[in-house]
Each structure stands twice: as structure tokens, then as C-alpha cells.
Design a binder for this molecule. Structure first.
Ligand SMILES: [Ca+2]
Ligand SMILES: [Ca+2]
Ligand SMILES: [Ca+2]
Length: 302
């Protein structure tokens, strides 16, 4: 497997991402250090079958759905395995790459089916980045967007995301693009974006490109991959998605003891104070007045 590794910061702007692409191979590698929190390798949904591409004709935009005997474009986490892989959904949206009638990904004329979904068809001359299945998109005739389940990062630090993408070596145009983005509660980031550029000029075709990105500052993350194309040989493969992070330690038992002492200490002092009042009153002399005033002191002190 030919893999190109580089790094892009999560906070990168569009222009920054472009610079990242051009600087391929010269960037100082950045590596995630935490343990894996969530993965997407398409091995679990792959077990649902891989027979033929979608035949769906959606006007203007909408969800692409699973069809019996065809590539899976939707996966409910845990529905076909141990649930170790992220669920995802696929949508189609008309854009400048669409036919004039705005119908896709199967156009009103010319298309019969498109290989869009989980596949065991690896990119030419190589294997999948991980396992035996990946997600493939060809001939979108618009924009295909793959959206993954949200990942909780709130109990982690040094949060990070990595994935591999393979763009076929062919002739691309400026209307074609690949955009990888992540959205959180208050933070969004574009990790990689070729919009407005010609993929032909970026030296990223015909090989796996590994993306490592920091997600520090994200409390949750929804990964979205958008791909625009309009030809059957303009193909994208996605694989080996991994969210990682270092667990933030739970408060230690020693810290809990200290916190407990801070609460118990004043309570003991108040109790001693109340007892002192009671003793003084009781010691003041016999009679019904003493015990009655003692009870009143407890009540007001609490
Ligand atoms: Ca895989
Ligand atoms: Ca198509
Ligand atoms: Ca094109």
C-alpha cells in the first residue's frame, strides 16, 4: 500500500489547507498520542453485502438509502457486528457538477448505476488502508456527503482524528472537490479542502493520503466528508477513520478525602459549638427551661 503521510491542523483555514496540500511531504509530521476512542473502517457494514451500485434518482437533494442487494450507504452502529465502528449516513445534493434537471446521483439520462457506498473493490494497484472494505464514491453528478455519528470527546485531552483518502488518478476539473470537516458544539473546522482548485495540480492522486488532525478544544465531533464529481473514473475511497484522545483522570481518592474533610470540618465545629451551648444551658441549673432552650439552639444553628 502506497501511503503518503502529512499533517493538517484542525484549525486550518481553507487557504491553510491548500498550503498543507502543496507542502505535502515537507511538513513536520504530527502524531496523535491518545488511545483510540472510535473507529470507522467499513468492515462491519461491509458484511451486509456488496453487489451493485445505487440506482437512486434524487431531485435536488436528499438522503441516499440502503437498497437490498446494493452497496450500503447507511450504517446503524452495532447492527452488523460488535458495534466498534461508527455509524454513518449518505446524502446527495445538486451542484455545479449536476445535470441541468438537478437529479442525481443517477442522472435522468446516461447513468444506470453508480458505485456509491461500502465496497470490497480496492483502489487500483493497492489494498484498503485497513481491512477488506472501504467507502467508495464515483460519478456523484453533484455532491455526495458522508456524515458519521457524533463522538464524545468531553472526557479527553489531546483529541485527534486520522483517516485515509484515495483519489483516482484521472482528469479532474475545478468543479470537482473533496472536503473533510468536523463540527462540534461550539467549534467547527475544515481539515482538508480542494474546492476552487484542480485536483490535477495537487499531486495527491493515485495513492492513499493520510490525514492527521488535532481536535483539541472539541467536546464532541461529527466528521463529514463531501465529494463532488461528475465522471465514473473520478473516484474517491475512504478508510481507516480513527478518533483518539488521552483520558482526563478522574479525581483521585486522596483528592476526594481532602474535599470530604473540607466539608466535614466545619460541620464538626458547628456541632461542638451547639453542644457547648447545650451544656452551658443545662449546667445553668435544674428546671424545664434548660432542655427547651437547648433544642432551640440546635435548630437555629443548623
Ligand atoms: Ca477498511
Ligand atoms: Ca452519476
Ligand atoms: Ca469532473
Amino acid at each position: 500500500m502506497q501511503t503518503n503521510r502529512t499533517s493538517w491542523c484542525a484549525a486550518m483555514s481553507l487557504r491553510g489547507a491548500v498550503i498543507g496540500i502543496i507542502a505535502l511531504g515537507s511538513a513536520v509530521p504530527w502524531r496523535a498520542r491518545g488511545e483510540t476512542i472510535a473507529r470507522g473502517s467499513f468492515e462491519e457494514p461491509g458484511s451486509l453485502g456488496d453487489i451493485a451500485g445505487t440506482v437512486q434518482q434524487i431531485p435536488y437533494g436528499g438522503t441516499v438509502t440502503n437498497e437490498p442487494g446494493r452497496q450500503n450507504v447507511r450504517y446503524l452502529a452495532g447492527s452488523a457486528g460488535a458495534g466498534l465502528e461508527l455509524g454513518f449516513a449518505t446524502a446527495w445534493l445538486t451542484n455545479a457538477n449536476s445535470a441541468a434537471d438537478g437529479v442525481g446521483p443517477i442522472t435522468s439520462s446516461g447513468d444506470t448505476s453508480d458505485l456509491i457506498g461500502v465496497t470490497d473493490l480496492a483502489p487500483p494497484g493497492t489494498n484498503f488502508a485497513d481491512g477488506s472494505f472501504g467507502f467508495m464514491i464515483e460519478d456523484a453528478d453533484g455532491e455526495i456527503t458522508l456524515t458519521f455519528d457524533a463522538v464524545d470527546l468531553s472526557t479527553r485531552r489531546e483529541q485527534a482524528l486520522s483517516l485515509d483518502v484515495f483519489l483516482a488518478s484521472t482528469t479532474w476539473e475545478t468543479a470537482d472537490y473533496l472536503r473533510v470537516s468536523v463540527s462540534g458544539t461550539d467549534t467547527n473546522a475544515i481539515l482538508f479542502d480542494t474546492a476552487g482548485l484542480d485536483v490535477d495540480d495537487l499531486a495527491i492522486e493515485g495513492r492513499w493520503n493520510h490525514i492527521d488532525a488535532s481536535l483539541e478544544g472539541f467536546d464532541r465531533a461529527v466528521l463529514q466528508i463531501a465529494f463532488s464529481s461528475n465522471a465514473s473514473d473520478e473516484r474517491l475511497w475512504i478508510d481507516n477513520i480513527a478518533f483518539s484522545g488521552v483520558a482526563i483522570p478522574e479525581p483521585s481518592s486522596a483528592m476526594l478525602l481532602v474535599a470530604g474533610a473540607l466539608v466535614i470540618g466545619p460541620a464538626l465545629r458547628r456541632m461542638r459549638f451547639r453542644l457547648g451551648i447545650c451544656r452551658d444551658i443545662v449546667d445553668s441549673g435544674p428546671g424545664p427551661t434548660g432542655p427547651h432552650l437547648c433544642a432551640a439552639s440546635r435548630s437555629s444553628a443548623s
